[in-house]
Design a binder for this molecule. Structure first.
Ligand code: HEM
Length: 180
């Protein structure tokens, strides 16, 4: 997984849970020296270990950490590559373009990125979207957070409902509605 995701996660933990929790999370162990650079690439399992460390130190649910991180991450990603959404004017539009534009450009910039698949099932203007997420990483909660982050960016309110519809390949259907 991209080093930028790790460095953003570390900043997120420092801001949301404090430096002590971040220090505990970054103590080197037998599996990793826990040193991350933006340009590097690291096993996905290492990110999982960092999330688990925060979960144990802070006694907060894994889902809550991943959701909040996704929400935080969207703005950070856009600051790194604003052109990715310069043609979009709404949350629904951005989410509908993740697979057909945004992640395609990400892959050009970072060929080693491992990206999920999204497939639009239904779209009603800028009001409603049904979209399928397929990924062995099972990060639908991060995806929900990223969607909320997009709605923060556009100063809109959305309601996101999702359900797991298949285990192999792991598939989740999202229903996203603009509510304000
Ligand atoms: C609402 C919009 C977005 C959604 C729902 C979304 C969803 C996701 C998810 C769920 C992952 C985790 C990998 C997986 O599940 O298999 C991911 C990875 C990633 N996404 Fe997006 N994404 C969005 C927008 C963006 C934007 C704007 C960027 C701009 C740079 C971006 C860049 C990346 C990168 C770099 C990764 C990590 C790939 C890796 O480390 O190998 N995404 N995305």
């Amino acid at each position: 997984m991209k080093g930028a995701v790790f460095t953003e996660f570390i900043e997120f933990v420092e801001e949301s849970y404090g430096f002590d929790t971040a220090d505990v999370m970054l103590e080197p162990d037998e599996n990793s020296d826990k040193i991350y650079t933006q340009a590097g690439n690291y096993p996905f399992e290492e990110l999982v270990a960092l999330v688990l460390s925060v979960h144990e130190t802070e006694k907060v649910e894994l889902e809550e950490i991943l959701f909040k991180f996704g929400r935080y991450l969207f703005g950070k990603l856009i600051r790194m590559a604003p052109f990715l959404i310069s043609d979009s004017n709404s949350t629904i539009e951005v989410i509908s373009k993740v697979d057909t534009y945004i992640h395609i450009e990400v892959k050009k910039l970072y060929p080693e990125a491992e990206l999920p698949k999204f497939h639009v099932l239904k779209i009603e203007g800028v009001e409603y979207l049904e979209i399928e997420y397929v990924s062995e990483k099972r990060l639908e909660i991060l995806a929900k957070g990223l969607m909320m982050g997009a709605s923060d960016y556009f100063k809109e309110s959305i309601d996101v409902f999702y359900e797991v519809v298949n285990e192999e390949p792991y598939t989740v259907i999202f229903k996203v509605r603009k509510i304000g």
